[in-house]
Design a protein around this ligand. Structure first.
Ligand code: AHM
Ligand code: MG
Length: 336
């Protein structure tokens, strides 16, 4: 029998989310609409990122165009695209972006029941050398539609209804969880659609890779230093782990999810809360890790139990394969 040159039954991300929602009798399609606006933002950024190297030639982000106007930087542009896409969805009420000091409260006429926290273009120091970057997002439901406050986004991560990221790499991949496992979709540029390519992602129970900025080692706390030492010089007869560090959280977490191992951005003496932001970096990635069977830990508690007190709060983070994170938890417990 002849192999088909084309697959004709495509599971697009919209079809997938609609199917998911139809299993919930109370769902009215709002999350589907919201996610399709996020997907639109991701497609826009994917296309802009692809052209980033041509900036000088055709006058893109950060360059001065023919009219002599300063063009927007890619991260600023991405932020605007997401804010506009989210507001116009009519399904959001509070937005928190890494790019904006203050939260955005959507005008009452366009208000919906979801809050979205996002980093429109994370890892932007990697743009100019063409290394993978990404968008990260986490979605909450508001508590009371008549009375929308910052409290609606200062909820523990375990209250999220969905989270995901989009990686702009050698291909464009969107990884999503609506609380029922994790699925990966790849953008087919000829169709302009994200197609399900990585159904039901499960992280290996234990991995062979650790991922950390070792340049900070002189300021690490004891448990972090001990853990990394164990990765390099295991005493139980196992092989040492390999080190992989891209410096782009989306890419480092994506590899960790698919291949297993751990990603850490620990506290250090200079930054006692680490570097990464709770609402739009730590929480969404922790949600995905748990949904894929892994764990995420702050050095003190389960990351998703943390209750943030301000929107740009930071936290140390250790996430990845269940057993590897378990080892880190033991080292922190011994310290106490
Ligand atoms: P950014 O928001 O300024 O891009 O910083 C976030 C990035 C993450 O993607 C990455 O995990 C981390 O910073 C890398 O930090 P470092 O360069 O300190 O290793
Ligand atoms: Mg960031």
């Amino acid at each position: 029998h002849e192999a088909d040159a084309y697959r004709t039954d495509l599971m697009t991300i919209t079809r997938y989310v609609l199917n998911e929602q139809s299993r919930n009798p109370e769902a009215r399609g709002d999350l589907t609409i919201l996610l399709s606006h996020i997907v639109l933002g991701c497609k826009f950024v994917a296309s802009a990122v692809n052209k980033a190297g041509l900036a000088k030639l055709i006058g893109l982000a950060g360059e001065t165009n023919v009219q002599g106007e300063e063009q927007k930087k890619l991260d600023v542009l991405s932020n605007e695209v997401f804010i506009k896409a989210l507001v116009s969805s009519g399904r959001t009420c509070v937005l928190v972006s890494e790019e904006d000091e203050e939260a955005t409260f959507v005008e009452p006429a366009l208000r919906g029941k979801y809050c979205v926290c996002f980093d429109p273009l994370d890892g932007s120091s990697n743009i100019d050398c063409g290394v993978s970057i990404g968008t990260i997002f986490g979605i909450y439901m508001i508590k009371d539609k008549e009375n929308v406050t910052l409290e609606d986004v200062l909820q523990p991560g375990k209250n999220m209804v969905a989270a995901g990221y989009c990686m702009y790499g050698s291909s464009c991949t969107l990884v999503l969880s609506t609380g029922n496992g994790v699925n990966g979709f790849t953008l087919d540029p000829s169709l302009g659609e994200f197609i399900l390519t990585h159904p039901d992602i499960k992280i290996p129970k234990k991995g062979k890779i650790y991922s950390v900025n070792e340049g900070n080692a002189k300021n690490w706390d004891d448990p972090t230093a001990k853990f990394v030492e164990k990765c390099k010089f295991p005493k139980d007869g196992s092989s040492p782990k390999s080190l992989r560090y891209i410096g782009s959280m989306v890419a480092d977490v994506h590899r960790t999810l698919l291949y297993g191992g751990v990603f850490l951005y620990p506290a250090d003496k200079k930054s006692p809360n680490g570097k990464l932001r709770v609402l739009y970096e730590v929480f969404p990635m922790s949600f995905l890790m748990e949904q894929a069977g892994g764990q995420s830990f702050t050095g003190k508690e389960r990351a998703l139990d943390l209750v943030p007190t301000k929107i740009h709060e930071r936290s140390p983070i250790f996430l990845g394969s269940y057993e590897d994170v378990e080892e880190i938890k033991v080292l922190y417990a011994q310290q106490e």
